[in-house]
Design a protein. Structure first.
Length: 367
């Protein structure tokens, strides 16, 4: 089937989305249905959020994600599960086990393919390589050249799938690492222009592989208003053709929704997104404990004087409350929550103790 005919005969029917994940379903007139699910920026969040996590208290977790994915797969076996990078870093699980648990759980969920984000180099390229035996899924990255590294031959530029006669090509793109990741962490990995690479990938997948649908797993970032030279998902979309879907964060999905190419079902956060105020939360649809979210915190070295920490806290609060920052956060789908030193310390302590109890109770062992 020619790609143009495929697109003309399909109608975007459903989408499930949040800051970290969304799904897209396309239904063909002949009743062939393909469902595409994705996560990104999971950042080692394995367990539900802690009891002191405000609006997300006791929400989320891999177990609930697995239940949802299994339910969707049972409804439609023609489902792809993808990840757009930054699998690592963000909780003590990564600090203790270096990514082993993340890859094992993703393998248990039967992820089909993932790309590599900048935080996946946080334990160095050697650390990333050491965890590959635990990943029972493939990695794709077309613009990272790993030729002179341990990762050579372990990362493919693209992968193809066939679902009910529909051929789907998936390729990955990563953000420029220089200035973002310590050189010692990515070593001889070479960054190549993502637009040039994407143009080449879409040509190969369309003309040589004869794919009906082409998907880009992007970890470039949605948009950079004050950095004209930096490549983003928006610039990629404007500069390329034949890419049917760019998977990044929520805002990229928003553009597809506003253009009428996707119909959203629910937001996977507790509150409705200001970007999509008419889209209900997953809790409103009867799944009150399913939340997929990512949090970030600011830490200071041990021994930093309390008055310095308090000063930093006040300045951060002031910045996050400014109208410009609020607008930027809202556009990125970010909901800022300001915790003081005591609250954040308690949050981290509770998370650590909870995950340690889970590990001990479940008698988890890691190779």
């Amino acid at each position: 089937m020619k790609r143009r005919n495929f697109i003309q005969k399909t109608a975007a029917s459903t989408a499930l989305l949040s800051l970290g994940s969304f799904g897209l379903s396309c239904t063909q007139s002949t009743a062939t249905k393909i469902t595409i699910l994705h996560t990104n920026d999971v950042h080692s969040h394995i367990e539900p959020f802690g009891p002191n996590n405000g609006q997300n208290a006791n929400k989320g977790g891999v177990a609930r994600r697995a239940t949802l994915v299994e339910s969707i797969r049972n409804e439609n076996p023609n489902t792809l599960l993808l990840d757009a990078g930054d699998i690592f870093q963000g909780t003590p699980y990564f600090n203790f086990y270096g990514g082993e648990l993340e890859f094992k759980l993703m393998s248990m969920l039967n992820y089909d393919v993932a790309t590599i984000g900048n935080h996946d180099f946080d334990n160095g390229i050697d650390g990333l390589y050491a965890q590959l035996p635990h990943a029972k899924f493939d990695f794709v990255s077309a613009n990272y050249d790993f030729s002179n590294t341990l990762m050579d031959t372990y990362v493919k530029p693209y992968k193809t799938f066939i679902k009910e006669g529909i051929k789907i090509g998936v390729f990955g793109l990563g953000i420029e690492l220089k200035g973002l990741v310590n050189k010692e962490n990515y070593k001889e990995t070479t960054y190549q222009d993502p637009i040039e690479v994407a143009q080449d990938m879409s040509r190969i997948l369309k003309e040589e592989e004869r794919c009906d649908l082409i998907i880009c797993l992007s970890h470039l970032g949605y948009d950079y208003k004050n950095m004209e030279a930096k490549i983003s998902d928006l610039k990629l979309a404007r500069a390329t053709k034949d890419i049917d879907l760019i998977i990044g964060g929520l805002p990229a999905s928003v553009q597809l929704i506003k253009s009428g190419q996707l119909r959203p079902i629910a937001i996977l956060t507790q509150q409705r997104s200001p970007l999509l105020p008419d889209v209900p939360t997953i809790a409103e649809l009867g799944y009150p404990e399913l939340v997929v979210d990512t949090w970030y915190g600011v830490l200071a070295p041990v021994g930093t004087k309390p008055e310095i920490i308090e000063k930093l806290h006040q300045e951060i609060v002031k910045i996050t409350k400014s109208s410009d920052t609020k607008q930027r956060f809202a556009k990125a789908g970010i909901d800022p929550v300001n915790l003081n030193m005591q609250e954040f310390t308690m949050f981290l302590k509770n998370d650590y103790e909870k995950w340690l109890r889970v590990k001990n109770t479940a008698q988890l062992k890691f190779d």
